[in-house]
Design a protein around this ligand. Structure first.
Ligand code: FES
Length: 160
């Protein structure tokens, strides 16, 4: 084995050991240290309006939600709190809205249409079913689901 390989192996081992030691000492998990960012497109401003607790989306203006299997995310302030949403076009004419925060450590999520699941973008890769329930850990609690109603070409989501 060459000196170069030994050095690389040492750095790999040392790096993993350091991460493990840090997470163990601070009582943290890898997801809280290693950020995950979803690949889900951001729903553009100007395509939705918030009135009271109702968010109304003009679907004609939102490309990422046009097709079945599409998804989009947005983040906005509501009554002093940041609300993060993951909206999916599940079946023709059927939309669902979830909290876009993994219940493990709050990272963003991705919808995987072919597999009928929502997966965390972070290290732990928690997986949820479309009923919001955890299919695979490390998350233990379900995702919040917001009621979503389609009226003509408007999607109305109640974020109360
Ligand atoms: S934040 Fe850890 S699995 Fe999602």
């Amino acid at each position: 084995m060459s000196l170069k390989t030994n050095r690389r192996d040492f750095l790999k081992t040392f790096g993993v050991a350091t991460v493990c030691a840090c997470t163990g000492m601070a009582g943290m998990n890898a997801c809280s240290m290693i950020r995950g960012v979803s690949q889900t497109p951001v729903i553009p401003e100007g395509t939705y309006a918030l009135e009271g607790n109702l968010l109304t989306f003009d679907l004609e203006m939102i490309d990422c939600l046009q097709e079945t299997g599409g998804s989009g995310k947005l983040s906005l302030m509501h009554e002093g709190d940041e609300v993060k949403l993951l909206i999916i076009h599940h079946e023709s004419g059927s939309f669902k809205a979830f909290s876009d925060r993994c219940t493990h450590a709050g990272r963003e999520l991705n919808y995987q249409h072919g597999e009928e699941k929502i997966q965390c973008s972070s290290f732990g890769k928690a997986t949820y079913g479309l009923n919001g329930r955890v299919k695979k850990g490390p998350a233990e609690g379900p995702l919040a689901i917001y009621p979503a109603v389609l009226k003509e070409n408007q999607l109305i989501i109640n974020i109360s």
